[in-house]
Ligand binder design. Structure first.
Ligand code: G4P
Length: 523
């Protein structure tokens, strides 16, 4: 067994608003970990595509595991798993579900824009799940907000106390390096052409820094002192408890601050811990093998109907070919062929350990939230559905194909592709589909046509907010205009509102109604 298999793990995801620099940071992390020798010569979308295919070549040659699910690399005798959260183009429940598979999150903030909506939403899922969050202020090479303004915003908007580990030397737009608050020294960065290689770093003492960086250094040192007075020092217990967020300053494009992020992940991000089960027990990483499926992806291409189930390993060792039990059915499940189809990842998925992500191909029985295991039975809690914000009715274009329509909708509901809501009023012919992102509707429409041979017509509904309600409130809700109540397939009763203002007025005028926000995630 290669030694890397038993190295400690760090499994994390990057949460950010589109364009904050997630892809650039991913590339920079890989560069630092020396997965790739040189970042794409041209950063950005076009350049990255080239880089991704470079990775694939590299993966074939060196057995490095890179798939759309996770980028795995070794750094300082640790295996780091960076689990991919899909970008804005395919923002959907999957984006949220990925957070059930990680032990920490890196919140990437654009220094020029501050906290943005999608980051806030994803952060709420982290908070709900108790995932510790490390904040990276990116694009410090460009003029933007001041560091203190950004700290204020984080504390105000998300309620986490920022505890900067580094502090920028030079205002945004003039990025020389950072003051390392852990030892008071200066890490000076040097630009490289196009940010294509690792940025050389020089570590200087405070005295030398004053000579080199002059006023920029004294300003940084003064501000860092103020932070100390404001109790903004890192405290590991507070960080793990989700009360504080360590902060780093970076320019992913220039590869500044990226090594510090990797060090921080290794030094303070939590390793995989025990995974609680539905019976109130937990499996420790050292116990028999177990994993849960957090994402299922089915090929939209009719010629390739592969179904890839992504599972996070919670305990034990996964070995390709092992027979595991599918907890939902109690049936044995052989992983041999599943792995064989995983093409380029094959060599690296021979064995996997707690914290690692594996892709099981054509595991048709596996659904989102399912547990697989060896040894005594274990069931991990289901991943709760997320609060939908987009709603549409679905109808079969060809009413003669209603049977296929029903089967398809049921299957996609079970897979977690979309939420399906029903009411007596609307009947079974036109269920309401509810989604976190509109992209989910496109996936449903494409798969209904190509896989189930039942094209559908979608009509968007004028709602943007769902609240959980109870049977006792249904009659009163039925008398209110512009609001609709439906039952989700898991039995939850949902009241749909056009917007938060309508919800607010209903709550004011009918204080007896039970209307509660939907929990983000149960796991
Ligand atoms: P995303 O995955 O979060 O959507 O962001 P992405 O990495 O695609 O970055 C979005 C844009 O921000 C890109 O520019 C990228 O080059 C730029 N960027 C990322 N990190 C930094 C940084 O640290 N400093 C600066 N100055 N820019 C950064 P683009 O114009 O959309 O693409 P391109 O023209 O660079 O190809």
């Amino acid at each position: 067994m290669p030694t890397s298999d038993v190295l400690p793990r760090r499994t994390f995801a990057v949460i950010s608003h589109p364009d904050a620099g997630k892809s650039t940071l991913t590339e920079a992390l890989a560069l630092h970990a020396q997965v790739i020798a040189e970042a794409g010569a041209v950063h950005g979308k076009a350049g990255r595509r080239g880089t991704v295919s470079d990775w694939m070549d590299m993966e074939r040659k060196r057995g490095i595991s890179i798939s759309s699910a996770a980028l795995q690399f070794t750094y300082r005798d640790h295996v780091v798993n960076l689990v991919d959260t899909p970008g804005h183009a395919d923002f959907s429940e999957d984006t949220y579900r990925v957070l059930s598979a990680v032990d920490a999150a890196v919140m990437l903030v654009d220094a020029g824009r501050g906290l943005e909506q999608q980051t806030l939403k994803l952060f709420q899922v982290c908070a709900y799940r108790g995932i510790p969050v490390i904040t990276v202020i990116n694009k410090w090479d460009r003029p933007g907000l001041t560091a203190l303004e950004l700290m204020d915003e984080i504390e105000r908007e998300i309620g986490l106390k920022p505890t900067p580990l580094t502090w920028p030397v030079g205002e945004s737009g003039k990025f020389h390096g950072v003051l390392d608050r852990r030892d008071g020294g200066f890490i000076e960065y040097t630009r490289t052409s196009g940010g294509a290689t690792r940025a050389p770093e020089r570590h200087l003492s405070a005295t030398d820094a004053a000579a080199v960086a002059g006023e920029a250094w004294s300003t940084a040192a003064e501000e860092a002192d103020l932070l100390g007075l404001d109790e903004a020092d890192h405290d590991q217990a507070q960080f793990l408890a989700g009360r504080t967020t360590p902060v780093l300053f970076a320019s992913a494009l220039l590869n500044f601050g990226v090594a510090q992020l990797l060090d921080v992940l290794v030094d303070i991000a939590p390793p995989p811990g025990p995974t609680p089960d539905v019976d109130g027990g937990a499996r420790d990483p050292g116990d028999d093998f177990s994993a849960f499926v957090f994402k299922v992806q089915a090929g939209m291409d009719a010629a390739h109907r592969d179904r890839l189930a992504y599972a996070r390993i919670c305990s034990g060792v996964f070995e390709r070919g092992m027979v595991v039990t599918h907890a939902a059915t109690g049936r044995p499940f052989a992983t041999k062929y599943a792995q064989a189809v995983f093409g380029r990842d094959r060599s690296s998925v021979e064995t996997a350990h707690p914290g690692d992500i594996i892709g099981l191909v054509n595991a048709t029985a596996l659904r989102v939230g399912d547990t697989i295991h060896t040894g005594p039975a274990v069931h991990y809690p289901p991943i709760a559905r997320f609060a939908p914000e987009h709603f549409a009715t679905a109808r079969a274009v060809d009413t003669g194909r209603y049977k296929q329509f029903r089967r398809g909708i049921e299957q996609l509901d079970q897979e977690g592709v979309v939420q399906v809501l029903r009411s007596d009023l609307r009947g079974d012919q036109a269920p309401v589909l509810a989604a976190v992102g509109p992209m989910q509707f496109e996936v449903v429409a494409a798969r209904m046509e190509s896989e189930f041979n039942a094209p559908i017509k979608l009509d968007r509904l004028p709602y943007s907010l769902a609240q959980q309600t109870v049977p006792e409130s249904l009659d009163e809700l039925a008398g209110l205009s512009g609001i609709e109540t439906l039952e989700r397939s898991d039995g939850t009763l949902l009241a749909l509102f056009p917007d938060k203002w309508r919800l607010g007025s209903v709550q004011r005028l009918h204080p007896d109604l039970v209307l509660e926000p939907l929990p983000a995630s149960a796991r």
